[in-house]
Design a protein around this ligand. Structure first.
Ligand code: GRF
Length: 187
């Protein structure tokens, strides 16, 4: 299976996924794409020896250039890892049940447009939640809305800062996302 990873920022999940499949004979991360030309994930791609592709929101929403790049690389499956744009209909339709995303909270809570990264953990802290977690789900053309594949939870204590919550969530992401990807592409 030839996987493309979309990321808009740091790319720590993208790196963990690439490292997990490094020695695989059946799964290859063939492309890392970003809508931010200065995203650190592009540095990581270079260090990992994975080709990368940068595009603008306008290209993504108004052309099929990204789709053409995916097809040129024979991409079978798309993984979103900290990617902040809505996936346009043409892309969802081109990869039916073949796009998954990770959200750093227990959807449907703390999801939807605008709820990403630190904002999620701040909201969880402000609400004094006793737990949070991750949600891995299929992607459709609404934010954080597709069929849920997997969730994992972690306990919080009420003096956890948003940074500490983020750390606990990242640990869950790194532990589970690669394995969930592997199980989804093999089912
Ligand atoms: C992760 O917490 C992910 O769940 C969320 O954005 C963050 C991306 O972090 N969608 P990174 O870019 O993988 O380091």
């Amino acid at each position: 299976t030839r996987i493309a990873i979309f990321a808009s920022g740091n790319g720590s999940n993208a790196q963990k996924i690439a490292e997990y499949f490094k020695d695989s004979s059946t799964v290859e991360i063939v492309l890392i794409l970003s809508n931010k030309k200065d995203a650190y994930v592009l540095e990581r791609a270079d260090q990992l020896g994975i080709p990368s592709y940068v595009f603008t929101r306008s290209q993504f929403n108004n052309t099929h250039e990204v789709l053409d790049e995916l097809k040129k690389n024979d991409v079978d499956f798309i993984v979103l890892a900290g990617f902040l744009l809505l996936i346009p209909e043409y892309l969802v339709d081109s990869y039916p049940e073949k796009i998954i995303n990770i959200h750093p909270a227990l959807l449907p809570s703390y999801g939807g447009k605008g709820m990403y990264g630190e904002k999620v953990h701040q909201a969880v802290c402000e609400a004094k939640e006793k737990e949070t977690g991750i949600t891995i789900h299929y992607v459709n053309n609404k934010y954080d809305d597709g069929e849920i594949i997997f969730q994992a939870r972690v306990a919080l204590n009420n003096n956890d800062t948003p940074e500490q919550v983020a750390q606990k969530v990242h640990r869950l992401e790194y532990e589970h996302y690669p394995k969930v990807i592997e199980s989804v592409i093999n089912n």
